[in-house]
Design a protein around this ligand. Structure first.
Ligand SMILES: O=c1ccn([C@H]2C[C@H](O)[C@@H](COP(=O)(O)OP(=O)(O)OP(=O)(O)O)O2)c(=O)[nH]1
Ligand SMILES: [Mg+2]
Length: 149
């Protein structure tokens, strides 16, 4: 397994580093590094610290913060930015923009697993400016152009 640099910004995280829940998991669960529980009202978005910073360093990778399906589906707790993109050169604290899109207030407990971090490969590109593209099967068809069934 590859190594990823992590800094522990809150000592409570030392024994609670994000871990893969199963051997095949893609996501490392991020915890809400809070001193006390916080109630997120319906429609409210708060920024939740994780107590950790990572340094991906290699521009061929990034990290994505994604919602946890249970929290999102059952409680409406998703991300205010929908997906969090962590650049390979970011060294600050990982923050989780937490949006209660549901109808009920949600009590977020300290150290609760809130979201998940996925490390993915990235391809950086340089522009090749052209006047015309080589014709493709799809052309400019999109937004349902292939029909429903
Ligand atoms: O959910 C998130 C999203 C981003 N970040 C951090 C890491 C990322 O590298 C940095 C910048 O994020 P992004 O580029 O998405 O935000 P921006 O609004 O474009 O800010 P900037 O001008 O700093 O790039 O903020 C987080 O901690 N959590
Ligand atoms: Mg940016």
């Amino acid at each position: 397994m590859q190594k990823l640099q992590v800094k522990i910004l809150d000592e409570r995280m030392r024994d609670m580093l994000p871990a893969y829940a199963t051997q095949g998991s893609a996501g490392l669960d991020l915890r809400a590094c809070l001193d006390e529980a916080v109630v997120i009202e319906p429609g409210q978005t708060i920024l939740v610290p994780t107590g950790l910073s990572i340094y991906v360093a290699d521009p061929g990778y990034c990290a994505l913060i994604l919602p946890r399906s249970g929290l999102g589906h059952k409680h409406g707790i998703v991300l205010g930015n929908l997906v969090g993109l962590i650049d390979s050169d970011y060294q600050g604290q990982l923050m989780v923009s937490t949006w209660n899109r549901g109808q009920q207030a949600f009590k977020l407990e300290p150290m609760e697993r809130l979201a998940q971090l996925v490390i993915v490969p990235v391809v950086q590109v340089a522009w090749d400016v052209v006047e015309e593209f080589e014709t493709s099967d799809r052309g400019d068809g999109g937004f349902g152009s292939t029909g429903k069934k």
